[in-house]
Design a protein around this ligand. Structure first.
Ligand code: NDP
Length: 458
């Protein structure tokens, strides 16, 4: 496998929802920025002609980000469509012909997970997998055993360095910013340690519910949907050791090696440190059974057993129908060891706050003196705003990276298994689900998993 760019982009699931919402906008943006000049081949079951796929692309762009006439014209000209069943060998023979002279295609599996196996096998059998790369959508398995099984299936047809497992969170500007901030600033490393950090909280709050996707949500729940992947990936980026770049080809693996080490040092969760919640009204959603035990909220306490983090509690909280829509990381420092002034007030320690969405923000919580005679302080925040520029969407960034063989922002097979190992013991009904009122921060028990008298930062 070389790092040469791919020379054809094949996307399975061309008529599907993800293609509509994310793939067409990303393809148009890449063309607009001059990053995509190759055949683009959509494959799906619908008995369409290519014009119907072009119409669908046009419609998608009008609804998601806007149509750019020049870029769309180029996209439409490069687009081909193959109609066929993924279980049918003839589909891959058609694909082989449509690929023409391409020798290093990138195949994107934007399809239901049950189709991953037939498609990778069809690609291998037809020769379309030779020297190819493959992007695999989430979810990557339902638990540790199914993730291991999926890895085995993929490895039958593709080498690990040709497999790009998407976690779109890793393509977000705010997550890149977190990684950059952590390793580009001298003042952070000395305090990024159990001696100075009291606790870490990561919250992914959504004010909305399941938005009509009850049947889909029944298959996942909050832990599978966002904790095992997005939130543990963010936690790994925050806590990993400094990546050591071992040469020009080691770029993708330097960060992934460190993420694997820290994920492997995370203690598998136990029921006593997990709260699962379900908002009142969830069971009335279409596609949700009246006795559903699926969680729409989870709060977890995690531990990392290594020299840097032993003894520091990590709190993760994710849920729907919460009071706000916001994803934030809060790193609370210990109070000064010797309180000269008033700085040992509980809850008034220094902190770092990373807002990952909806806006991008990094703040440092500090204390300054209130003007006047006495040495009394007040909490203040030093704020680094992020000024939006010509940002890439996560899908544009990730598809571009995959076309160039850069896997740094994709999860490696061993890393995804390490993350499943952390949540595996508490999947299913190992922890009973408790109801909560919409517009609250989950069931009352969520507050009790905080050690001592710490508080969630709302
Ligand atoms: P959809 O159900 O909307 O689309 C599925 C696609 O696969 C359609 O193009 C369908 O073709 C095609 N397909 C399914 N079975 C066959 C078959 N036997 N032969 C040929 N084509 C077939 O799914 P989504 O787009 O929503 O999701 C795709 C993947 O992306 C999933 O893994 C999902 O988890 C993931 N994902 C989706 C997100 C989203 O927002 N939708 C977000 C994050 C991840 P046709 O319609 O022509 O039958």
């Amino acid at each position: 496998m070389t790092a040469s760019p791919s020379d054809a982009f094949v996307f399975f699931g061309a008529t599907g929802d993800l293609a509509y919402k994310q793939i067409f906008p990303a393809l148009q943006a890449m063309i607009k920025h001059g990053h995509l000049d190759l055949p683009i081949i959509g494959v799906a079951r619908s008995d369409w002609k290519v014009d119907q796929l072009r119409d669908r692309a046009r419609d998608s762009l009008e609804k998601h980000g806007g149509l750019d006439a020049d870029a769309f014209e180029k996209l439409a000209a490069r687009l081909q469509y193959i109609s066929g069943d993924y279980q049918d060998d003839a589909t891959y023979e058609q694909l082989r012909r449509a690929m023409g002279d391409a020798v290093r295609p990138l195949h994107y599996l934007a399809i239901p997970p049950s189709m991953f196996e037939p498609v990778t096998q069809g690609l291998a059998k037809s020769g379309c997998a030779r020297d190819a790369r493959v992007i695999v959508e989430k979810p990557f398995g339902r638990n540790l055993a199914s993730a291991q099984s999926l890895n085995r299936t993929l490895h039958q047809s593709f080498a690990e360095d040709a497999i790009f497992r998407i976690d779109h969170y890793l393509g977000k500007e705010s997550v890149e910013n977190l990684l950059y901030f952590r390793f580009a600033n001298t003042f952070l490393e000395p305090v990024w340690h159990r001696d100075y950090i009291a606790s870490v909280q990561i919250t992914m709050a959504e004010q909305f519910g399941v938005q009509g996707r009850g049947a889909f949500y029944e298959e996942v729940g909050a832990i599978r949907d966002v904790v095992q992947n997005h939130m543990l990936q963010v936690m790994a980026l925050l806590t990993m050791e400094i990546p050591m770049d071992g040469g020009p080809d080691a770029g993708s693996d330097a960060i992934r090696d460190e993420k694997l080490r820290v994920l492997s040092a995370m203690r598998p969760l136990v029921p006593a440190e997990v709260v699962r919640g379900q908002f009142h009204g969830y069971r009335d959603e279409a596609g949700v059974p009246p006795d559903s035990q699926v969680e729409t909220f989870a709060a977890l306490r995690l531990h990392i057993d290594n020299a840097r983090w032993t003894g520091v509690p990590f709190y993760i909280r994710a849920g729907k129908q919460l009071p706000v829509t916001c994803t934030e990381v809060m790193i609370e420092l210990k109070p000064p060891t010797h309180a000269v002034f008033d700085a040992d007030d509980r809850g008034q320690s220094n902190y770092f706050r990373f807002r990952l969405s909806p806006d991008v923000l990094i703040t440092v919580g500090a204390r300054t003196k209130v003007p006047g005679e006495s040495m009394v302080g007040t909490a203040t925040e030093l704020i680094a705003h992020h000024h939006p520029g010509d940002e890439m969407t996560p899908y544009e960034r990730l598809l571009g990276d995959a076309l160039h063989g850069d896997a740094a922002l994709f999860t490696r097979g061993d890393t995804v298994e390490a993350a499943w190992r952390v949540v595996d013991p508490i999947l299913g009904n190992a922890v009973p689900v408790a109801g909560y009122e919409p517009d609250t921060w989950g069931p009352p028990a969520a507050r009790q998993i905080m050690a001592g008298d710490d508080q969630w930062h709302n």
